[in-house]
Design a protein around this ligand. Structure first.
Ligand code: PLP
Length: 353
């Protein structure tokens, strides 16, 4: 199945994706919270079709071009989870009016602009910041949030839906206990918000808390994305185990340097991204595994990707020097699957059972 792979290729493991997806979907269904997965993780219509086959009917995207790609693929309930870029208003006007589109705002000027130039109805969420300070109005600033909602209500094509947050702080946690503590803090903030605005929806979602928590308080919709593929960062946080990682980058071995215990692979920053992880005081860019029948062997890590340049990846071998030939393929488990999958959108392969 892999014999015709000639250059770095993303392997997507159907069984693992489906296990991750079914587990999360079953959890949200048991809680009665709709799941709106963030599809920026895979950006792949084939994978999105698996979600649809399971009964998922709504998605989150991070750009308008991603929205257009998935709308072409048949999705008709889409939230653009990035503060709206007013320069794209004209493109939004051209979208099929039957598609339910939700946009995100945290600036009054954006609301005014949309009110003036938007020619279709959209749902509007106000982005709230529960502490990660990436974007959004502080969750506790109910005065500012009240002004924003009042402003949105002035424009008939803008339907106020509620508040949307992504708790990036969970990414600083190590271990379930820390994730749950950060999550509980966000839940307390969101509970106060809901008290102040009882009619508003509360849309939230990040993979660590969605994977590890059982209580989602006032949250009325969950939007994790990374959980579909997981990655080494999520393993380090404690959201998943290595065997839950659903993608590996298949890389040809280009050279072997046993004297310095290093392997050169054709697979660099343009394939994996330069996202790194600090493990035991040493940065790495991924872990090398053997590709085996139908997948890869997460039990036998050959080494870490120690250095990366544009196309070069250098693996530092740990343990015994492996039996390997130039031209063989190795799998690299990525540090951050969303970035690797984005870079590898044009070169991927689905591994069916
Ligand atoms: N929603 C928004 C707005 C996001 O920015 C992200 C990720 O950055 C997600 C959902 C998905 O979170 P995760 O990548 O932790 O699954």
């Amino acid at each position: 199945m892999l014999s015709d792979i000639t250059r770095p290729t993303l392997l997507i493991h159907y069984n693992i994706v489906m296990e991750n997806l079914r587990k999360m979907f079953a959890k949200t269904q048991a809680l009665g919270i709709p799941l709106r997965p963030h599809v920026k993780t895979h950006q792949n219509q084939a994978v999105a079709n698996w979600m649809a086959e399971e009964g998922i009917d709504r998605i989150t995207v991070s750009s308008l071009s991603m929205a257009v790609y998935f709308i072409r693929g048949g999705w008709n309930d889409v939230t653009l989870g990035f503060p709206f870029n007013i320069r794209e208003t004209g493109e939004v006007n051209k979208l099929n009016r039957n598609v339910k589109l939700n946009l995100l705002v945290d600036q009054k000027s954006t609301v005014h602009y949309l009110g003036k130039y938007l020619e279709r109805e959209v749902g509007l969420y106000i982005k709230v910041d529960t502490g990660s300070h990436r974007a959004g109005i502080p969750c506790e600033d109910t005065a500012a949030l009240g002004e924003m909602t009042a402003l949105i209500h002035r424009y008939p094509q803008l339907q106020f839906k509620g508040f949307l947050t992504h708790n990036g702080l969970c990414y600083q946690a190590r271990g379930k206990e820390e994730v749950l503590k950060i999550h509980a803090n966000a839940l307390a903030q969101l509970a106060s918000l809901k008290e102040a605005f009882p009619e508003a929806e509360i849309s939230a979602g990040d993979t660590p808390s969605a994977s590890l928590a059982e209580d989602f308080g006032v949250i009325s919709e969950l939007r994790p994305g990374n959980f579909m593929y997981y990655d080494l960062m999520q393993v380090q946080i404690g959201s998943c185990a290595p065997e839950n990682i659903a993608i590996a980058l298949a890389c040809p071995v280009a050279a072997l340097y046993p004297a310095r215990r290093e392997i050169l692979i054709y697979g660099g920053a343009v394939h994996l991204s330069k996202e790194s992880l600090d493990e035991d005081g040493r940065l790495h860019y991924g872990k090398a595994v053997r590709l085996v029948r139908g997948g890869w062997d997460t039990q036998g890590i050959l080494g870490q990707v120690d250095r990366l340049s544009q196309e070069h990846g250098i693996i530092r071998v740990e343990g015994d020097w492996p039996e390997l030939q130039v031209g063989e393929l190795l799998g690299i488990l990525p540090v951050h699957s969303c970035l690797t999958a984005d870079l590898m959108r044009m070169e991927n392969r689905i591994l069916w059972p």
